[in-house]
Design a protein around this ligand. Structure first.
Ligand code: HEC
Length: 114
């Protein structure tokens, strides 16, 4: 291999490494999931633990249930005052991240009076 070919080869190998690495790296990046989930904190409380359960607390709920709720809001199958708007524009893959994130958060301790 002459030098020119070697240079071209290493550039190509680098590009392949980047392309191959991108999707799995994102799928495993906990910060990517948290960044998506953080948009929900405004209403559902930090880490999804809402105060007094209004709006409903979503921390520590089962992933499959959250996923279905989100898809139903997005697809207009579940009546809502706000969530049908909030759920718009997300892909199923992004919902997977979000539902997985909240499912892994410890729920708020039960409180007397709520
Ligand atoms: C502007 C406030 C607001 C934001 C932001 C918001 N939500 Fe909601 N959410 C609500 C309200 C209010 C409800 C109750 C249903 C309704 O009336 O829309 C709700 C309901 C839900 C429910 C159903 C809970 C149940 O037990 O019925 C889920 C799941 C949920 N939200 C997830 C999310 C996720 C995930 C995000 C971020 C992508 C998010 N929400 C962002 C206000 C919000």
């Amino acid at each position: 291999m002459n030098t020119q070919w070697r240079a071209a080869y290493s550039v190509a190998a680098f590009a392949v490494a980047i392309l191959a690495g991108t999707a799995p790296a994102q799928a495993q990046d906990p910060n990517a999931a948290r960044a998506l989930a953080a948009t929900c904190f405004t209403c559902h409380g930090t880490e999804g633990r809402s105060v007094g359960d209004v709006p409903p607390s979503i921390a520590g709920r089962e992933k499959a249930v959250l996923l279905q709720l989100l898809k139903d809001f997005r697809d207009g199958k579940r009546p809502a005052t706000i969530m049908h708007q909030q759920a718009k524009g997300y892909t199923d893959a992004q919902f997977e991240f979000i539902a997985g994130y909240f499912a892994n958060v410890k729920p708020a301790p039960a409180r007397a009076g709520y």
